[in-house]
Design a protein around this ligand. Structure first.
Ligand SMILES: Nc1ncnc2c1ncn2[C@@H]1O[C@H](COP(=O)(O)OP(=O)(O)O)[C@@H](O)[C@H]1O
Ligand SMILES: [Mg+2]
Length: 212
């Protein structure tokens, strides 16, 4: 059996620069790893069923926070069981745009669900899998909202109000303080190359890459 793979997640509020960083990390890692050793995925989504659930979540339809939580967890279970765990068993490096920390930041700090409720369901949905490393791209809410406005059309999450994103950002930073070893906070206001350089320092450590 192959050596157990490495699960790396990217977190931050909408517009913080997660997807940009993930793309840059992928390109940087391709210098060290063959294509079939690297998996790029995202949540909610990553499998056909979870992608359908993502489409429902993105619709601008009012919903009960708990109904939303169950939908996210259903998507996570499908994705974890069918894609993440098999890739880890194959010894792959997985780059995942959002995972459990998003649910704590958005559903607990943003929407007010009790922490232990999310923790309990999340344990089931993740089958106990935890990221080896989480890169939290942190930017002030103003910066993120300005970037989103430049992009144009906003979905359900992106069109929530400013105070919502302030709570989510605060939540992420609180999670990072409680898991210093796993969650590394990156200053997302720096230029993309600098955010990448800092991210690659942490990734280089966990992948044991030759000097980066
Ligand atoms: N470090 C950065 N500095 C300036 N602009 C950035 C940076 N990272 C991303 N952007 C821009 O901000 C916008 C949102 O970035 P994106 O990666 O899509 O964020 P997210 O995936 O977190 O929502 C995009 O237009 C992107 O080009
Ligand atoms: Mg994105």
């Amino acid at each position: 059996m192959a050596r157990w793979g490495k699960f790396i997640t990217f977190e931050g509020i909408d517009g913080s620069g997660k997807s940009t960083l993930l793309r840059n990390v992928y390109n940087a890692l391709r210098r060290y790893l063959p294509e079939d050793k690297l998996i790029v995925t995202h949540e909610p989504g990553g499998t056909p069923f979870a992608t359908l659930l993502r489409e429902a979540l993105a619709k601008k339809v009012d919903r009960e926070p708990m109904a939303e939580l169950f939908t996210l967890m259903a998507a996570r279970y499908d994705h974890t069981k069918r894609k993440i765990i098999p890739a880890l068993q194959d010894g792959k490096v997985i780059l995942c745009d959002r995972y459990s920390d998003s649910t704590f930041a958005y559903q607990v700090f943003g929407k007010g669900i009790e922490y232990y409720t999310v923790a309990r369901f999340n344990k089931v949905a993740t089958l106990g899998i935890k990221p080896k490393l989480t890169l939290l791209v942190d930017v002030p809410v103003d910066v993120a909202l300005r970037r989103l406005a430049e992009k144009g059309k906003l979905d359900h999450y992106e069109s929530l109000d400013r105070s919502f994103f302030e709570r989510v950002r605060y939540g992420y930073l609180a999670l990072a303080r409680r898991a210093k070893k796993r969650i590394k906070v990156l200053d997302g206001t720096k230029p993309p190359e600098e955010v990448l350089r800092e991210a690659m320092r942490y990734i280089g450590q966990i992948l044991e890459l030759p000097s980066l």
